[in-house]
Design a protein around this ligand. Structure first.
Ligand code: PNS
Length: 194
């Protein structure tokens, strides 16, 4: 007698999918809007590199500045946006905004289906993974995309740039020249007696 081709209790080769994985993916929108969030206090050449890459990949890129005075930023929110506009004038699909609540809610408000983040080194990975998974849990339809800035920018952070300039070090090549000028002026203001 010929063997039956399928036995009734044979396991399906396709395991059950988790409800929060592929089933939540949406078809690609006609216009892909990406949101690049951060403090940008101030914008560095690493941020600028990522904005240029994002602008080349997505139809629209919205750079979203976190509005959080608890971090005691060196530059005000509007000032940070003005500085970023200055150095991205050649990128017509880059826009700017600010947000104060949940990042994913702001992304949804903007019609963004992608959150863009930069990874510089392995040390960034754990924090970024946590944020990306939390954001996915909150709004599974929004994907986080990680890009690496050019290796020449992989060690730059706004925090270190501010520390170096405060201590009299050279920050040439770490921030755009116009930002370097503004940083120097701001730190002079900080040290001038009232
Ligand atoms: O440049 P930064 O400071 O690393 O940016 C951090 C930022 C703004 C991406 C992060 O603090 C953020 O998303 N804040 C919004 C609050 C939020 O949505 N939290 C829950 C998800 S982790």
């Amino acid at each position: 007698m010929a063997k039956p081709r399928h036995s009734a209790n044979r396991q399906s080769p396709i395991p059950n999918r988790q409800p929060d994985t592929l089933t939540t993916l949406r078809p690609k929108p006609a216009t892909v809007v990406a949101l690049y969030p951060g403090s940008f206090d101030p914008i560095t050449n690493g941020h600028l590199d990522l904005i240029q890459r994002g602008s080349a990949l997505f139809d629209r890129l919205i750079v979203a500045v976190l509005c959080n005075d608890e971090k005691r930023p060196l530059f005000g929110l509007e000032e940070r946006i003005v500085m970023m506009r200055e150095v991205t004038r050649d990128l017509p699909n880059v826009e700017f905004g600010s947000f104060g609540g949940l990042l994913v809610d702001y992304a949804a408000e903007c019609g963004a289906s992608v959150i863009l983040r930069g990874i510089r080194a392995v040390s960034d990975y754990e924090y970024e993974l946590q944020m990306a998974l939390m954001n996915r849990r909150l709004r599974p339809e929004i994907e986080t995309v990680f890009l690496m800035a050019g290796e020449a920018h992989s060690f730059i952070s706004s925090r270190l740039v501010k520390e170096v300039i405060r201590l009299g070090g050279n920050i040439g090549g770490l921030v755009p020249p116009s930002i370097e000028g503004r940083l120097k002026r701001r730190l002079l203001e900080e040290t001038e007696p009232e």
